[in-house]
Design a protein around this ligand. Structure first.
Ligand SMILES: Cc1cc2nc3c(=O)[nH]c(=O)nc-3n(C[C@H](O)[C@H](O)[C@H](O)COP(=O)(O)O)c2cc1C
Length: 339
């Protein structure tokens, strides 16, 4: 069983595409997914993804170089589509021969998918619906991630289980589809693989790995939390383009409400335009997440976490987390496919 043959067979398409031993991505997490965690994931046979977030091209350049120094295995880079220097960031990835770029944060702007492919990299996009998934594939996406609302961080409105039922039967036989959101146990991975997924993406479970730079207080908050503590942010003003964020409830959650009121007032007074309003909201999250992850301010910072946080109870090395997930997945598959 140590080789997990059933799991390996069902993940074959995904792992071949990623160039990793297992089709398990550690989803990019701003501030958390830096060279240490990314290289540890890839070295353990998974697929690490650098979270570019709001980094400048110079910072991304250094982070990719730092990661390359720590692993010989493939890893990816996650770029946020609304980043003002998106095309410069793509150029940096190209210079480093990054094999996979994940585009997050909405529909990729015109020319971005082509620019990535011109560097030789594969493009992975998030598909929120079947129709958009088909459109992204037609536009050149090489693989899709479907991420449900159980996930940590910025989320869509539909649960992973419903997205999986809608999208996998329609797209997964002919295309590469990874499932994310709410996965804390390998038995769940086995179910999505059997439905046609070529692999999975986890975030919350890896945020507290021994190799994660997250502050000990941040990790402690995760170990104490249960699923119901990971709540979604509330939108105060219907005009504000606020993407809901799932995080552990704390004072920072309330501060976000206050921030929205402040931004809405600035909009009313004409001091800022809608695009600037959205940027201010996103900068709020980036700053708040940094306070929690790096400074350990678990009161006022943002403790972005998915509902699977209830299944995270101790700090474990990445290799042990991956081995546990594979063992659970293989056991579930063996039970169902015994004969
Ligand atoms: C602390 C945290 C930060 C995140 N930051 C990002 C990000 O910068 N970009 C992104 O595409 N996804 C981000 N995510 C989502 C993860 O990449 C991943 O898709 C998600 O965590 C999967 O769901 P799970 O948390 O239920 O495992 C973040 C998630 C967490 C928990």
């Amino acid at each position: 069983m140590s080789d997990y043959p059933k799991t390996r067979a069902l993940m074959a398409r995904g792992s071949e595409f990623l160039g990793s031993e297992w089709a398990i991505l550690c989803g990019a997490m701003s501030w958390v997914s830096e060279r240490g965690l990314v290289s540890a994931i890839s070295n353990a046979g998974g697929f690490g993804v650098i979270a570019c977030g709001a980094m400048t091209p110079e910072l991304l350049d250094a982070e990719i170089a730092g990661t390359t120094a720590l692993t010989q295995r493939p890893f990816g880079v996650n770029l946020i589509t609304m980043h003002p220097a998106l095309f410069d960031l793509i150029e940096v990835c190209g210079r480093h021969r990054v094999g996979h770029v994940v585009l997050a944060g909405g529909i990729p702007p015109k020319g971005s998918v082509e620019a990535i492919k011109a560097t030789g990299a594969k493009v992975i996009c998030f598909a929120p619906t079947v129709a958009l998934g088909k459109k992204l594939l037609r536009s050149g996406a090489d693989a899709l991630v479907i991420e449900g609302s159980e996930a940590g961080g910025h989320i869509g409105p539909v649960s992973t289980s419903v997205l999986a039922q809608e999208i996998l039967p329609e797209l997964a036989a002919e295309n590469l589809v990874f499932v994310a959101g709410g996965i804390g146990n390998g038995a769940m991975i086995s179910a999505y693989l059997e439905m046609g997924a070529c692999g999975v993406q986890l975030g919350t479970r890896f945020a507290c790995a021994s190799e994660s730079i997250a502050h000990p207080q941040f990790k402690k908050a995760f170990f104490r939390a249960s699923a119901r503590d990971a709540v979604t942010s509330v939108q105060v003003d219907p005009r504000l383009p606020v993407i809901p964020v799932r995080a552990l409830k704390n004072k920072g959650t309330d501060e976000f409400t206050a921030k929205q009121i402040e931004v809405a007032r600035l909009l009313d007074s004409g001091a800022i335009e809608m695009g600037e309003a959205q940027l201010q909201i996103e900068h709020f999250w980036a700053g708040a997440l940094r306070r929690a992850v790096i400074d350990g301010d678990v009161e006022n910072g943002s403790l972005m976490a998915g509902q699977s946080v209830g299944m995270v109870s101790a700090e474990e090395p990445v290799a042990e987390i991956i081995a546990a997930l594979l063992g659970e997945c293989e056991a579930a598959l063996s039970q169902r496919r015994a004969a």
